[in-house]
Design a protein around this ligand. Structure first.
Ligand code: FAD
Ligand code: DHB
Length: 393
């Protein structure tokens, strides 16, 4: 088995298969330092927490992660609490950085002595529709060819695997948004106990965190903005204005990292082509509002690991044949939720007065109706796989 990409999808798939005694080689384009330093998502759904524990990599997460049972939504200067755990029978999320999940998975793999190759260049696929697929790459200055039975394409949105599927086979859907997120990591204790999602006329803002002493904050900016034009002072000033609510103070601190991320929605289907199986960002992207990207990648590889286990144990290929359909249903639920959270909370520069009133109405409803809050809560903490499946008859 070959796995292309050592992001959360590839590494977790490797871990789940290893525990079933299935050998895989992971081929990664970047260095270990680079992969372990990339700052991305930070919210783990209930289902993701459980999968990581079952995969034997939940120990540090349980020690250092911050369980959260609710979020705040801020609009018109007022803060509203959504008690997610109360609304979902006790389900919750865990604040634990993607970077930490990746570090834990790499450490587990190296401890097991399982193959994980960093710094591979010129990665390409061959024989995907033949009986003998290969992954070609250059490593340590040598051209190599890895023959395998199946290839898992876990190489993210810009990887090579999705592009190995002919255009007439793949259907894609997508949307670009007229804004981006400027994110900072700040060496200061969070000014809030739970995440604050803020809608403001100057644009969206989010107060998140990574630990009791490190804050993660985001503001909506125009996608053409350059990070060099955003001094720390300017960023903090926007955060103060957009997150403001009566009687609450935002504490500033040294900015450790800052970057701008574009926002898009994207789905490619089917997620299987011959001997190639796509998982995670290689097959779909969501805008970050609602924190679904990492969790979707985990859900994909959980389904894939089960299907591959049945395949390699010669039980049946039925689950492998159903892989794409099973994932796609969950993917579309997360697409809708992420799009909905994004449009409810961001300032659309092209919106007219009618659009703005619709947005305000939706915010009022979401923060006051228990039914509406419950819908947000169950999507945020993550639906169980079977809740997104089609029930026949
Ligand atoms: P990735 O994490 O992208 O991993 C793919 C891996 O494949 C990478 O290690 C890459 O180096 C490697 N690779 C690429 N090309 C090749 C190749 N040709 N050969 C070999 N290896 C290759 N989600 C949230 O929920 N909240 C957030 O705040 C958030 N912020 C984000 C910020 C950024 C800048 C980005 C890009 C994404 C963010 N996401 C966020 C989304 C979330 O991080 C992703 O959904 C998640 O990383 C998906 O995991 P993955 O393993 O599928 O893909
Ligand atoms: C974070 C990212 C998100 O996209 C989100 O909705 C909440 C938190 C974060 O990086 O902490």
């Amino acid at each position: 088995m070959a796995i292309v990409g050592a992001g959360p999808a590839g590494l977790l798939l490797g871990q789940l298969l290893h525990r079933q005694g299935i050998e895989a080689v992971i081929v990664e384009a970047r260095s270990r330092d680079y992969v372990e330093a990339r700052i991305r998502a930070g919210v783990l759904e209930q289902g993701t927490i459980e999968v990581l524990r079952e995969a034997g990599v939940g120990e540090r997460m349980d020690r250092e992660g911050l369980p959260h049972g609710g979020i705040y939504i801020n609009y018109e200067g007022m803060r509203h609490h959504i008690p997610m755990s109360d609304l979902t029978g006790g389900r919750a999320v865990m604040i634990y950085g993607q970077t930490e999940v990746v570090k834990d998975l790499i450490a587990a793999r190296l401890k097991d002595g399982a193959p994980l190759l960093f710094d591979c260049s010129d990665v390409s696929l061959g024989g995907v529709t033949s009986g003998e697929p290969v992954v070609r790459y250059t490593h340590d200055g040598q051209d190599r060819e890895l023959g395998c039975e199946l290839i898992a394409g876990c190489d993210g949105f810009h990887g090579v695997c999705r592009r190995a599927i002919p255009e007439d086979v793949l259907t894609t859907w997508g949307r670009e948004y007229p804004f981006a997120w400027l994110g900072i990591l700040a060496d200061v204790a969070p000014s809030t106990d739970e995440l604050i999602y803020a809608q403001h006329e100057r644009g969206f803002a989010l107060h998140s965190m990574r630990s009791p002493s490190v804050s993660r904050l985001y503001i909506q900016v125009d996608p053409t903005e350059k990070i060099d034009d955003w001094s720390d002072e300017r960023i903090w000033s926007e955060l103060h204005v957009r997150l403001a609510s009566e009687g609450w103070e935002l504490t500033e601190g040294p900015v450790i990292e800052k970057s701008i991320t574009p926002m898009r929605s994207f789905v490619a289907s089917p997620m299987r082509y011959g001997r190639l199986l796509l998982a995670g960002d290689a097959a779909h992207i969501v805008p970050p509002t609602g924190a679904k990207g990492l969790n979707l990648a985990v859900a994909d590889v959980t389904v894939l690991a089960e299907a591959l286990t049945e395949h390699f144990r010669h039980v049946s290929d039925a689950a492998l044949d159903e892989y794409s359909d099973r994932c796609t249903m969950r993917v579309w639920r997360a697409q809708h939720f992420s799009w909905w959270m994004t449009t409810m909370l961001h300032q659309d520069p092209g919106a007219d007065e009618y659009g703005r009133e619709l947005q305000r109405s939706q915010l009022r409803y979401t923060c006051s109706s228990e039914a509406a809050m419950t819908s947000l809560a169950e999507n945020y903490v993550g639906l169980r796989l079977q809740e997104t499946a089609v029930h026949h008859g």
